[in-house]
Structure formats: C-alpha cells, structure tokens
Design a protein around this ligand. Structure first.
Ligand SMILES: [Zn+2]
Length: 62
C-alpha cells in the first residue's frame, strides 16, 4: 500500500517515515497523483509547494 505524507504530499511505499521530509504523518487516504520531474519549471509544483522531483498526492483527505 502506498502512502502519502501529510506534510509534503510525497508518495512512498513500505515505510513509516517519509523519505523526503522525514515526517511520520503518512496516510493511505489520498487521491490523485502528480509526477514532478522538474519542480522549477512546473506550475503545479509551485502551487503545491514542491521543491524535489518525485511522485506526490494531489489530494490528501484528513
Ligand atoms: Zn514528507
């Protein structure tokens, strides 16, 4: 099961800790997927506050 970080939205698998920000607030209640390849050139990345390439959840349900 893939989980998304509530703090930075990064999607990870088989871990209890976000590999990107080190946060432990992971959730499986997320939907949509955004793949960021070049954060500096991506409007979506700017909008979501993403600074590193990777896969991110578009929406996280509380
Ligand atoms: Zn994170």
């Amino acid at each position: 099961m893939e989980k998304a970080c509530k703090d930075c939205k990064y999607i990870s698998k088989g871990t209890n800790k976000c590999p990107l920000c080190g946060g432990e607030r992971l959730t499986d209640r997320w939907s949509g997927e955004v793949i960021i390849i070049n954060p500096e050139a991506s409007e979506i990345a700017k909008k979501l506050g993403i600074k590193s390439p990777g896969r991110y959840a578009a929406k996280i349900k509380e």
